[in-house]
Design a protein around this ligand. Structure first.
Ligand code: F6R
Length: 615
């Protein structure tokens, strides 16, 4: 979703901001812009362009004077993912106030912008864009009395909704202000300069020391000082966190796309997700982040999982774990639905919020609702220091490393592994025996190898994907653990190749969707050697009887399945509970190669954003 970068210091703000915005490209955007405050000029220079950052860069080169000296040491930049109004130059951020002296970039949505706009128009302000953000620029101007921090604080106090903003003014050529409520702002702490961004990826090349702003914080930064206060100007102490990402992790490292790199990283990511957490001798696991003793775990009488998209499908796999290994009734809900339908939260409910980014607005809203209703809420997040991770205060990090490709890959397999470990931990306080726990822990130690064995078949999967790449409709089917795998396979294919793909429970196909099957509609059937395989084979036969080509995802050595499928993607033999991992890795590679064969923009698919911070 939208990205923010701000800089105050003595280096060239335009360069730093544009390279920071490039690091945020993966989040998805459709226009970009910068506002710079050139020293001694008493004016703000704004350059904006619809489309990609290359357009903005060309615009900056054209419109700024060329000189050896930095043009400005203060500036803000933005990549916009359209919400209010089309992705045009006028609607791109930064937005200027009426007198042109204040510029603002904004992530989030202002719910009461229409009312504020009406009032501002009545007071003589004119609007150049259709955005909700422009009201913030005018409000800051209206509140300004010589103190920029105070004006921003007073302006944001009138806002309802969410914001992460960064503000500069031509009246204060060495001052940058940022504020947040609901949309992340991270401060990079450097000597002689401050960089802020909506995401650490834009900062890691400058420093590994960052401060995550909290809701209600206001940052006042000059090249030499950095102060955080509350809206009421009370100093707030936020110690820096050390980020352990290195630059290589957020670069492609020779791969054609981030998505492929991240698929290939899964053996390492899975090893990191389980490292130091498996205790084979006790048939158990150690997850200190859950901050729960055996007594507290044993008291949980219901698990409630809230998540969106790929994380939701990982959660569906997790539901099986908690019910099967820990005998705890578990419900899984799309996070927005969790909040919208006013859920019943019982006293001993443990809610799991599953989110790679830790910033998904719907999941965050579910976390807040469950917390309000007294549930114990645990985060299962990848991004350290993200809002969900901080608000839940406890949970389990994935340690998958940064996921830059918009289509989630390594997060899914690590989420599944982490939930398996959580279920084992809970199960061991209940009826899961040491012996059964040991077998499971040993299997979890094998998952990096399972993922690697699928990746080793990349060339076979690629050839198969190319064979089917011209099709325009697909079905994915599966049962039990393979049902969420089918949903995830279909999601991967549709989001990066734009092929219409539907994931269905294999048994549900004949209750309607079978009407759509024909020789032009392939069916991908997830049918490894686990319970449900025979029935899925029967469903595959039904599909073939309607002339649909069937691609089976099956266990190596399953010679019978070859007779029921047109093509087979082989995955290694494993215990049922980890089977979604190799199957989904195979589906990721299949979707990737289909999209590549169709010439799609894989890392930044149209209309998609990496983290969805609006509800
Ligand atoms: C699909 C995808 C999305 C996300 C969803 C939730 O490939 O990436 O469906 O899974 O937006 O995001 P997180 O996990 O960050 O909460």
């Amino acid at each position: 979703m939208c990205g923010i970068v701000g800089y105050v210091g003595n280096r060239d703000a335009a360069n730093i901001i544009i390279s920071g915005l490039r690091r945020l490209e993966y989040r998805g955007y459709d226009s970009a812009g910068v506002a710079l405050s050139p020293e001694g000029e008493n004016t703000l220079k704004v350059v904006k362009r619809a489309g990609k950052i290359v357009n903005l860069e060309a615009g900056v080169q054209k419109e700024l004077p060329t000189s050896e000296e930095p043009y400005a040491g203060l500036g803000i930049g933005h990549t916009r993912w359209a919400t209010h109004g089309q992705p045009t130059e006028e609607n791109a951020h930064p937005h200027l106030s009426q007198n042109g002296q204040f510029a603002v970039v904004h992530n989030g949505i202002i719910d009461n912008y229409a009312g504020l706009k009406e009032k501002l128009i009545a007071d003589g302000y004119t609007f150049k864009s259709e955005t909700d953000t422009e009201v913030i620029a005018h409000l800051i101007e209206a509140c300004y009395d010589g103190d920029l921090r105070g004006a921003v604080a007073r302006a944001v106090e009138t806002l309802e909704g969410t914001y992460g903003i960064c503000v500069i003014s031509s009246l204060h050529p060495k001052l940058m202000i940022a504020a947040r409520k609901g949309s992340p702002i991270v401060i990079g702490v450097c000597k002689g300069e401050t960089i802020v961004a909506s995401d650490v990826s834009a900062i890691v090349s400058h420093t590994d020391q960052v401060i995550f702003m909290d809701d209600g914080d206001i940052l006042t930064a000059t090249p030499d000082t950095l102060d955080i206060t509350s809206l009421k100007n009370v100093p707030v102490s936020r110690p820096p966190t050390t980020i352990d990402w290195d630059l290589g992790e957020i670069e492609k490292g020779g791969y054609e796309h981030f998505m492929l790199k991240e698929i290939y990283e899964q053996p390492v990511a899975l090893a990191n997700a389980t490292r130091g957490r498996l205790v084979p001798k006790e048939g158990s696991v150690k997850l200190s982040g859950m901050q729960m003793d055996a007594y507290e775990m044993a008291r949980i009488d219901r698990v409630s999982i809230a998540a969106c998209g790929t994380s939701l499908y990982a959660g569906m796999v997790g539901k099986n774990f908690f019910e099967e290994f820990a005998s705890i009734p578990t419900e899984i809900q799309q996070a927005a639905e969790f909040r919208d339908r006013n859920p019943i939260v019982l006293r001993d409910t443990c809610m799991l919020a599953i989110s790679q980014s830790g910033e998904t607005a719907d999941t965050l809203a579910a976390v807040r609702e469950a917390t309000r209703k007294g549930a114990t809420v645990l985060g299962v997040c990848n991004v350290v220091g993200s809002t969900i991770a901080r608000e839940t205060g406890r949970g389990v990090y994935l340690h998958a490393g940064p996921e830059i490709g918009v289509a989630s890959t390594k997060a899914f397999t690590c989420q599944v592994s982490v939930m398996a470990m959580m279920a084992i931990a809970m199960g061991r306080t209940r009826r899961l025996s040491e012996h059964a726990g040991q077998a499971m822990v040993e299997e979890l130690a094998r998952i990096p190898e399972l993922a690697q064995r699928v990746i080793d078949r990349n060339d076979e999967i690629k050839a198969m994907a190319e064979k089917y790449a011209s099709k325009n409709d697909f079905f994915y089917i599966g049962r039990g653990y393979m049902f969420p795998a089918a949903l995830e396979g279909a999601l991967k294919l549709k989001e990066i190749s734009y092929i219409h793909a539907e994931g269905y429970h294999a048994a549900e196909l004949k209750h309607g969707p079978i009407a759509l099957l024909c020789d032009d509609v392939p069916v991908v059937a997830a049918a490894p050697m686990i319970p449900g395989r025979e029935k899925t084979i029967a469903n595959m036969q039904e599909c073939r009887a309607r002339k649909s080509p069937v691609v089976a995802i099956a266990t190596e050595g399953d010679s019978e399945i070859k007779t029921h499928a047109d093509d087979v993607i082989w995955v290694p033999d494993c215990m049922e509970f980890v089977s979604p991992i190799p199957v989904v890795v195979a589906e990721q590679l299949f979707a990737y190669h289909v999209a590549r064969a169709r010439g799609c923009e894989i890392d930044q698919p149209r209309n998609l954003a990496k983290s969805v911070t609006v509800e």
